[in-house]
Design a protein around this ligand. Structure first.
Ligand SMILES: Cc1cc2nc3c(=O)[nH]c(=O)nc-3n(C[C@H](O)[C@H](O)[C@H](O)COP(=O)(O)OP(=O)(O)OC[C@H]3O[C@@H](n4cnc5c(N)ncnc54)[C@H](O)[C@@H]3O)c2cc1C
Length: 416
């Protein structure tokens, strides 16, 4: 069924009882041309682009839980392409371009809202760094705007501009950045992939990999063996676990990241704003809740929950930036498992096992990459070689030294 205003009218006429299921739930077939492990945004987007761009439709997406139950449904929904390095910026800008047409491509409302992302700076040296990054973005065809304190006072009047330790001097704005509705992105890709013939199989955990003579043959799952010509891993925080089933040790550590939502309040924050003197980012959902987050918890874990000292630290950063938050109540918080690489950039490409491809290492910035990542991963799976946009994200960059260290902090996953 095609979604349209007329369709909503028709369905309302029958009291919304005739909407079809958004995607079907078939039994797994004995084998597929391509099996994607992980029913998050990246896995589903890959399946969609395999079918829509490359005509490969004998595809299954295996998800151990439910669609979007991983980081895709747990993130703070910020979408942007404000990167500096050559390996990163063209890829993220392409992803943002796909976001801009995604609702039309999927015929699904992912609530893409280009409300602008503003990164605050609090010192002259930080301003220099942001000017450099903004120029890099402009040179790659992205949008960037340096805002001084006077301009910011007009659009973000609630900031503590004269904070004694962290006075706000200005900000780097990407007007095309913003937010999207995270679980709608998973549902939209699932629905569109299903309509093109992809099998989406939930409650199907991959428990082992069969590798023969260095080539993948298929996967052991909780629903039996499934043969595969090619396998694409898109399991985010579980990348190391899955890769180890094929005998690979990845340069990835899993860490916890928390997110928070406040009670609903009247419209206050109409952009995305990030604090430059700590780690804090905030936006406001359409329901009125303030959605915010900060640093990793800082230790390795596969638990999807965080701890109170980090929650306190994040609230403190928020208070330093926006003292008016002090009396707002937090109503929900949760954690996700982040696949942190040694240089802070993702891995999308081939592995030493023939037929096994990896999409992972998203650290805590993979939501904005969802369409771009699916698009280049589908290309890589279909052609057996990376696209120019993900050529730098090869796994062997960690042995050749061609790392993409956007933050310049070295092999410290907890700092990326
Ligand atoms: C709190 C938080 C805030 C974030 N904020 C942002 C943000 O503002 N902007 C941004 O760009 N990014 C953000 N991120 C990062 C972003 O959410 C992730 O990088 C992105 O969603 C990863 O998508 P994915 O599809 O790769 O992973 P996931 O959505 O995690 O999907 C992977 C799936 O694999 C499944 N799986 C795992 N093991 C198996 C197995 N053995 N068999 C079958 N299935 C398996 C999991 O159940 C999961 O559903 C945030 C993350 C968190 C946790």
């Amino acid at each position: 069924m095609k979604h349209s205003a007329l369709q909503i009218f028709r369905q309302a006429w029958s009291s919304h009882r005739k909407w079809p299921r958004t995607w079907s739930s078939p039994e797994p077939k004995p084998a597929y041309d391509v099996v994607i492990v992980g029913g998050g945004g990246h896995g589903l987007a890959t399946a969609f682009y395999l079918a829509s761009e490359h005509g490969i439709r004998n595809v299954a997406v295996l998800e151990k839980g439910w669609i979007g139950g991983g980081n895709t449904g747990r993130n703070t929904t910020i979408v942007r392409s404000n990167y500096l390095l050559d390996g990163n910026e063209p890829f993220y800008e392409w992803s943002l371009k796909l976001w801009e047409g995604l609702e039309q491509s999927l015929n699904y409302n992912v609530m893409m809202s280009q409300r602008g992302v503003i990164n605050l700076f609090h010192s002259d040296s930080q301003r220099d760094g942001f000017v450099r990054r903004g120029n890099g973005m402009l040179m790659h065809g992205a949008d960037a705007k340096l805002m001084d304190r006077d301009e910011l006072e007009k659009v973000l009047p609630y900031l503590d501009f004269d904070n004694a330790r962290f006075p706000v001097l200005g900000g780097l704005c990407q007007p095309r950045g913003g937010t999207a509705r995270h679980d709608a992105v998973a549902w939209g890709f699932a629905r569109a992939a299903d309509q093109l013939g992809v099998d989406i199989i939930q409650n199907c955990e991959v428990t082992g990999m069969r590798v023969n003579n260095g080539a993948i043959e298929g996967l052991d799952t909780t629903r039996g063996f499934i043969g595969a010509g090619k396998v694409g891993l898109a399991v985010a925080g579980n990348s190391s676990r899955l890769a180890s089933m094929a005998g690979l040790r990845l340069p990835i550590e899993s860490h916890v990241l928390q997110a928070f939502v406040s009670e609903s309040i009247k419209p206050l924050v109409d952009t995305v704003v990030t604090f430059g003197a700590g780690h804090f980012y905030i936006s406001q959902s359409d329901k009125g809740g303030l959605v915010f987050g900060g640093d990793l918890d800082g230790y390795n874990s596969y638990a999807q929950r965080g701890n109170l000292p980090t929650a306190e630290h994040i609230m403190e950063s928020g208070m330093a930036m926006m003292p008016c938050l002090g009396r707002v109540r937090v109503v929900r918080h949760w954690g996700g498992v982040m696949d942190m690489t040694m240089d802070g950039s993702p891995i999308i490409g081939l592995t030493p096992v023939t037929g096994l491809y990896l999409n992972g290492g998203w650290c805590y910035g993979g939501f904005k990459a969802t369409p771009g990542s699916g698009w280049v991963f589908a290309y890589t799976l279909a052609r057996g070689e990376p696209h120019r946009l993900n050529a730098a994200y090869r796994l062997d960059r960690f042995s050749t030294g061609r790392i993409i260290d956007e933050k310049g902090v070295g092999p410290q996953p907890n700092l990326h």
